[in-house]
Design a protein around this ligand. Structure first.
Ligand SMILES: Nc1ncnc2c1ncn2[C@@H]1O[C@H](COP(=O)(O)OP(=O)(O)OP(=O)(O)O)[C@@H](O)[C@H]1O
Length: 345
């Protein structure tokens, strides 16, 4: 079918910068290469600059400096409609008073394409996303998944080579969000397009991305596969933001150890000489089903009231049943040195 151009394009940004006023730029000279046909997630806390980056790629925001390349074409100063990208917004942003068909055909109407042609193209795209039979329905008469497919068809009608998604799942309830993200991933694979998806959810990014880009304070902290970012966080910020890590101060500097890689034993246990260890006091015991989450505080340290635990360990349920721990009990948290990685500041 030729309605959907399945020629994906790479995106490259070089020293891309956005200044809104004086002071530190919202996006500060970032460099990034997104391979054509891949799923890239821009991730980071609120205000880190991820949406501004996406909007500059889309052409909805001008760049204060740097370049944006789609394939080998410099698109930095092109209007949004001539870039070869399309944007899908939060909660799909469909027009409620228009049918699915008219929603999809909308941008062609704006371009002045006569009704029979634009309806034929929109119908063809709706068929492509398995929505042809519901073309006359209004958004309110469609399920969340069906609305997502209409939004996808609407974005695809401009034949983009790159699809930009700004928090597309954030307005959905948690159950639907998980269903919809699987569908997004499936469509990306099936269409073979380049997807760049902005999210503040680590879990969403890990589930979807080939390449994760973790941003903080206008700069990129780390780029890598979900496996690499989770297992080898490049900085303390990434380890904290991704979660699931203990950050431990040692004489050699800070290290990160996954909460499922630390173990907890009674203080009088015997240890192999190479085992790294730290005396702790148990501060929380949370039942999580297949495992127990133990919260711990380094022994001898004051714990502020209501503060979250300093360290955590995921202890498999069967193991906890054999050697249970209670709040206030002394213990030793230990790990193998090869499971720790240094965390530059
Ligand atoms: N139009 C604007 N005018 C002035 N400052 C802006 C504007 N848009 C964004 N900013 C600022 O730029 C910084 C980055 O904002 P941006 O929206 O890109 O962050 P974000 O990571 O996408 O955050 P969120 O997840 O909350 O959307 C923030 O400090 C924000 O306040």
């Amino acid at each position: 079918m030729d309605t959907i151009n399945t020629q994906p394009a790479s995106i490259e940004v070089v020293a891309l910068t956005k200044r809104y006023g004086v002071g530190k730029p919202a996006v500060d000279a970032i460099n990034l290469y997104v391979e054509g046909g891949s799923y890239c997630c821009l991730l980071g806390p609120s205000g880190c600059g991820k949406s501004t980056t996406l909007r500059m790629i889309a052409g909805h925001e001008s760049a204060s400096g740097g370049d944006i390349l789609l394939g080998n074409k410099n698109i930095t100063d092109l209007p949004a409609s001539s870039r070869g990208s399309a944007m899908m917004f939060q909660s799909f942003a469909l027009f409620p008073h228009l049918s699915a068909l008219d929603n999809v055909a909308f941008s062609l109407k704006m371009k002045g394409m006569p009704k029979p042609q634009r309806h034929a193209k929109a119908q063809e795209l709706l068929e492509r996303v398995a929505m042809g039979h519901l073309a006359e329905r209004k958004p309110a008469e469609l399920s969340g998944g069906q609305q997502q497919r209409v939004a996808l068809a609407r974005a695809l009608i401009t034949q983009p080579r790159v699809l930009l998604l700004d928090e597309p799942l954030s307005a959905l309830d948690p159950f639907l969000r998980i269903q919809m993200r699987a569908e997004l991933r499936r469509w990306q694979k099936e269409l073979g397009l380049t997807f760049i998806h902005v999210t503040h959810s680590q879990e969403e990014a890990m589930a979807l991305a080939d390449q994760m880009v973790v941003m903080n304070n206008g700069v990129i902290e780390q780029v890598g596969s979900p496996h690499t970012v989770y297992n080898q966080p490049a900085s303390e910020f990434v380890a904290r933001f991704m979660g699931g890590h203990n950050i431990i101060e040692t004489a050699q500097g800070k290290i990160g150890v996954r909460t499922d890689h630390v173990q907890v034993s009674a203080p009088n246990s015997s240890f192999n000489t190479t085992t790294a260890r730290l005396p702790v006091v148990i501060t929380d015991v949370e039942y999580q089903g297949t495992y127990i989450l133990l919260g711990m505080q380094q022994e001898g340290r004051e714990r502020a009231l209501h503060a979250t635990a300093e360290f955590s360990a995921m202890v498999p349920e069967h193991q906890f049943t054999r050697t249970p721990f209670g709040v206030g009990q002394r213990a030793v948290m230990h790990w193998q040195p090869e499971q720790a990685h240094p965390l530059p500041q």
